[in-house]
Design a protein around this ligand. Structure first.
Ligand code: SF4
Length: 348
């Protein structure tokens, strides 16, 4: 790997709002050599916070994505691509075919990573939906992680309605027992109309079912909603359906993203939408956010963030406790008294 490539990966890995660790569309194996910042609580020295670079001598199949909150954690590719790969707004894995990586290769990666970073505590299993793996295969990966990383506290991965639905309650409990305790789940919208238009492959009811099932097994859910998916025409429908789903479903974390269409899929998105789609502007997005937060009365406290790089306005708080504070910040932004993130600083 050239120095400038290594630098690029270093920079993107330390970005608190990633997503791709390499420009999308470039697919190749590159040396895994990136900076991981250890938990700050372990790095305090005389009041100062230092960061430590950990060099991992591994290979990733690019493009690689992970949630913002996994920026400081070890990433192991258990699968490549997404087993569904049909959502019309999502270009993340269009350059990849879904592949279950051989168990021997994944275990070899885990041992190599553990040699470089023996006290890693949190692991994110990439790519798009490692939960699609057969349960015995996934259990074997979790056992290898537990044996190689004695300080392991949490394993997480992306999940879809389909792959949670295909696991029994007993299988989910077995996975949870071996520390797979956090699922990143793209709700996107709770409106059946919008879910159909974006080819999400699930209804509001189905999503509620699988999320309850995962929750009952002891797993935490980190859910995402994409503001703007209803366009100008179906904005209220999009948000009201989403409120209905979130008010009846136990999620621990909730993030909102702002719709941004990669140009490689923009035409396809429009075609599958089934009617002309008008992208909402920032003001309309802030109004959606206001409608969403106003309507949320979740069944358990939710840690809310809109810190993804796509958002015009970053918000953070707990719901319902901080509802009024968040609404005030939104109203200040809508009135022009709070700056929005400039377009050149936004990304997927
Ligand atoms: S399930 Fe997730 S990763 Fe797969 S296509 Fe849909 S949004 Fe993209």
């Amino acid at each position: 790997m050239r120095d400038d490539e290594a630098k690029q990966i270093l920079l993107m890995c330390s970005d608190p709002h990633p997503q791709p660790l390499h420009p999308q569309g470039v697919r190749r194996w590159v040396p895994r050599c990136f900076a991981a910042t250890l938990p700050q609580s372990r790095l305090r020295a005389k009041g100062a916070i230092r960061s430590i670079e950990i060099k991992l001598n591994l290979l990733y199949d690019m493009p690689l994505f992970r949630p913002p909150s996994e920026a400081d954690n070890l990433i192991i590719q258990a699968t490549l691509g997404c087993s569904f790969n049909q959502c019309s707004f999502c270009a993340m894995y269009r350059s990849k075919h879904y592949v279950e990586r051989p168990l021997a290769d994944v275990c070899a990666d885990i041992r190599t990573a553990a040699a470089d970073w023996p006290d890693a505590q949190r692991v994110f299993l990439a790519d798009g939906d490692a939960l699609a793996l057969p349960t015995q295969h996934l259990l074997a990966i979790l056992r290898e992680l537990a044996s190689a990383l004695p300080r392991l506290t949490r394993v997480s991965c992306y999940a879809t309605p389909g792959n949670i639905g295909r696991k029994s309650a007993e299988e989910l409990a077995q996975l949870r027992e071996l520390k797979l305790s956090l699922l990143y789940f793209g709700i996107e919208s709770g409106s059946d109309l919008i879910l159909k238009k974006i080819i999400k492959g699930a209804t509001q009811r189905r999503m509620a079912e699988v999320l309850h099932k995962a929750h009952a097994s002891g797993m935490k859910i980190s859910a995402t909603v994409i503001l703007g998916l209803g366009g100008n025409k179906h904005s209220d429908e999009h948000i009201d359906g989403t409120i209905a789903l979130l008010n009846s479903t136990p999620v621990t974390y909730l993030s909102t993203l702002q719709l941004t269409l990669d140009e490689s899929i923009a035409e396809e998105f429009q075609r599958k939408y089934g009617e002309p789609f008008q992208m909402p502007d920032d003001l309309a997005i802030l109004k959606e956010q206001e409608r969403l937060i106003s309507g949320l009365n979740p069944p358990q406290p939710v840690i809310f963030r809109s810190n993804h790089a796509s958002n015009a306005l970053a918000l953070a708080g707990n719901l319902p406790k901080d509802k009024e504070k968040l609404l005030l910040q939104l109203r200040e932004a809508m009135a022009g008294h709070r700056p929005l993130r400039p377009y050149f600083m936004r990304g997927l």
